[in-house]
Design a protein around this ligand. Structure first.
Ligand code: GLN
Length: 198
């Protein structure tokens, strides 16, 4: 079962992508619901509002703890929330990805656009449509963060351990590769490893 953080933003679109992949999912509104899930999506929306709602519902520690064992996929505002550093005092990120993120960095020039992006996941390379809406820019990252896609020379999709963060919105273009990779392929590897160890 995969959870989609449903405090604010376009969480319903992520549920639809998981449905397309036949992955069972549930909306997460309280930390206690996280006992039932083995992966989490933090959707796009507004990171200032998400900061506020995550604080009110006491989500910070539970998500940080969850991240140690299970994969998290963050898109757009979700990527901002997964960062370690966001130079905006209204946003308190979770510190799950060792990246620094500049909010709305793409939005100042163009508010919203869709383009094709090359995606490199393990050995396979594909192209997917990608929609950027007042998207964040990754301005700094540590060496353990792997870039899986770039747009005009800047990283827009990154992976660190079992987590993935994206500046754009795959869920708006029915792009399933990221959800498939992180929740089916990677999780399968992880559960089989756990099984092995037990
Ligand atoms: N600009 C938004 C923020 O800073 C993110 C936009 C989005 O998620 N599409 O939170």
């Amino acid at each position: 079962m995969i959870g989609v953080l449903a405090l604010q933003g376009d969480y319903e679109k992520h549920i639809q992508i998981l449905d397309l992949l036949k992955i069972q999912s549930m909306e997460i509104r309280y930390p206690s619901e996280m006992d039932k899930i083995q992966g989490l999506v933090i959707p796009g929306g507004e990171s200032t509002t998400m900061t506020d709602l995550m604080g009110r519902n006491d989500f910070y520690q539970p998500i940080q703890k969850f991240a140690k064992d299970f994969p998290i996929l963050g898109t757009c505002a979700g990527l901002i929330m997964m960062a370690s550093s966001v130079p905006d005092s209204r946003v308190k990120p979770l510190g799950i990805l060792d990246i620094e993120v500049d909010r709305n960095a793409y939005g100042r020039q163009i508010h919203s656009f869709t383009d094709q992006l090359p995606i490199k996941l393990d050995d396979s390379e594909t192209h997917v449509p990608s929609t950027f809406i007042r998207a964040p820019k990754i301005t700094n990252m540590s060496s353990n963060v792997e870039v899986i896609s770039k747009y005009e020379g800047d990283p827009v999709a990154v992976r660190q351990g079992h987590h993935i963060g994206l500046s754009f919105h795959p869920e708006l273009d029915n792009v399933t590769v990221f959800h498939d990779y992180i929740f089916k392929k990677q999780l399968w590897k992880k559960t089989s490893l756990k099984h092995h160890a037990a």
